[in-house]
Write a protein that binds this ligand. Structure first.
Ligand code: SF4
Ligand code: SF4
Length: 178
């Protein structure tokens, strides 16, 4: 796989949604391929790295608008201290418990997003830092990957490049060999 073959297919959020619907069948097939683990993880991570370097999250911020990040104890401690609030004040003002009993931001778009920028960027929650989680092992996260591809240009372009560059379609090759 050549680095120069990794490219950006689309960044427009509306078009990304439409393409994900159009490619739904293929994407589920590709998900099965990913679940098999029969691909080079280092090539997949190369795609992730290159796509991340080509997309400017500051021009997007879609995850901050449509998802509610959950926060762990360390996040709460770090952010409340940054805001000069007690943990209790911070939790009362900004957080609520979700159905899994985790703390998450009360509102979306996120209250800390101003003019498309995170105003607590340096101390932002771990989940915000990690999204869309493509630096982690992909095999157990394939459903999350497809779902993130509908809303996140990084995930969408990683998916499209991976389909193009690392997908070996057994049925296709078997057809040629018969
Ligand atoms: S992580 Fe994805 S959704 Fe979030 S700002 Fe970056 S490109 Fe946009
Ligand atoms: S804390 Fe920052 S990075 Fe996280 S959702 Fe809010 S604005 Fe986005």
């Amino acid at each position: 796989m050549k680095m120069q073959n990794i490219r950006i297919f689309e960044t427009n959020l509306q078009k990304i949604q439409e393409l994900c619907e159009l490619y739904e069948y293929d994407n589920w097939d590709f998900r099965n391929f990913l679940k098999s683990g029969a691909f080079s993880k280092s090539e997949f991570f190369l795609i992730v790295k290159k796509v991340q370097s080509l997309i400017d999250c500051k021009k997007c911020s879609n995850c901050c608008k449509i998802l509610k990040s959950t926060l762990n104890k360390k996040d709460i401690k770090r952010i409340s201290s940054h805001l000069n609030l007690s943990e209790k004040e911070f939790m009362t003002n900004y957080l609520k418990k979700n159905k899994n009993q985790e703390f998450e931001f009360k509102k979306k778009p996120c209250i800390f997003l101003k003019k498309n920028k995170c105003t607590i960027y340096k101390v932002r929650p771990e989940n915000c830092r990690d999204y869309p989680n493509l630096h982690k092992e992909i095999v157990p996260r394939t459903i999350q990957f497809l779902s993130n591809a509908r809303v996140c240009p990084v995930a969408f372009n990683v998916l499209e490049n991976a389909k193009n560059l690392i997908w070996v379609d057994d049925e296709y090759f078997n057809g040629w060999l018969e």
